[in-house]
Write a protein that binds this ligand. Sequence first.
Ligand code: ZN
Length: 83
Amino acid sequence: MSLQPKDHIAPPCSCPECYQAGVTKLEQRRDPYSGKLLHGYPLRRWYEAREQFRKAARKAVGAPGRHGSGFERLVNRDPGQEG
Ligand SMILES: [Zn+2]
């Protein structure tokens, strides 16, 4: 089976686990290894990891606009803008 990118995202979940981790406003993400949707703290860690990656990537490429590549689009995307 092959998953499309949109299949890795699901609407926000408000189960007790997600509520406790404060991620009820965030879209659910799918664990790339298990294929299961992430809830609660694992989901929160996913977003934290992405944020850290973006910061590191931003630092690595320097000022915005230096790269016309897909990488530049990735790191310059506004928070909350998905796709
Ligand atoms: Zn949940």
